[in-house]
Design a protein around this ligand. Sequence first.
Ligand SMILES: Cc1ncc(COP(=O)(O)O)c(C=O)c1O
Length: 395
Amino acid sequence: MNTQEMIKLDQKYIIPTYAGKTIAFSHGKGCKIWDVEGKEYIDFLSGIAVSGLGHSHPKLVEAIKEQAEKLIHTSNLYLIPNQIELASILVENSFPGKCFFCNSGAEANEAAIKFARKYGQGRYEIITMSGSFHGRTYGALTATGQDKFHKGFEPLLPGFKYAEFNNIESVKNLITDKTCAILIEPVQGESGINPAKKEFLKQVRLLCDENDILLILDEVQCGMGRTGKLFAYEYYGITPDMVTLAKSLGGGVPIGAVIANEKVSSCISPGNHAATFGGNPLATKAAVVTLKTMLGDNLIDNAGKMGDYFKDKLNSLKSKYPFIKEVRGKGLMLGMEIAPVANGARGILLKCMEKGLLIGTAGENVLRFVPPLIVQKKEIDEGIKILEEVLTNLK
Ligand SMILES: Cc1ncc(COP(=O)(O)O)c(C=O)c1O
């Protein structure tokens, strides 16, 4: 099937929740990916911050093959050794607690919302931030502090309040005797790569401690080494009560997780929550190998160093092109805000794609760069060269 035929059949059979699909990929290797017509691309989007080890990482491929030959799925009715190993690595590298496994970021946030309400014993309000994004299921959608995602789907879940991101007074003003949790992305992804201010998160932590409120950090996008630390919260000198993960956790195999500290996990009893596929042998094997490779092959350090290198390159572009308003982000989670130019950030993305570079957008005016954590200077240079060719022609 060629691309044109695929476009027709996609339009015929796929519910149009995504727009603008014009290419299909056949295979990838490292930071490169090839479409079905044989064209090569540098992949600085990683399937939206998912393929942390890049494409076809030999350790991940081998582990998935081996596990698939032995056993793909059993059930959480039985012990799952890979799941226990994954939970132990996550907990030993975060804070004392326990894990729950599911299949996506939205599901991880749903679980965290339920756990918070269970902890609250009747306190049910959750404060989230303007500009946040937590997923598309009803709890996660309601938690998302952006009206545009809510439109057409009301009534939403009761009990959510939206504070202004990075404004501690606004958070304080929303706390009541019904508040059980505050949910924050340490680096907001979908609204344009906006890191929380250090002082803000520290003060939120204090507020939570003073009022017996849980601090839940959504690290679905910014976690798993992407910012140059295994968890973005490590930059802030705080520890959350729960952290939610997905995206890079399985290196591309769907899996989500909640890590909850003892005070939260001890409130949960059998039957309170479940997921048929959650943490199955195949997905947890993929995650164990992904995590061990990130930790053992210094990929998190690499993300920090390459992130600095990438950011410097983007900043040199900023000094040349006045329509670049700001470069921001941490590690390999970078955003470049563009002033309104012809066809906006999406127009730049499409031109980069034509020239063999995959990037993303976040919000209206921000280009998003989330390359695999294995990326090297040479690939960054290649990608920046293409980006600059596109920007020069916008001048
Ligand atoms: C911070 C954050 N939370 C949650 C989600 C939802 O994850 P999923 O699409 O796996 O449900 C996303 C997805 O972009 C995200 O960026």
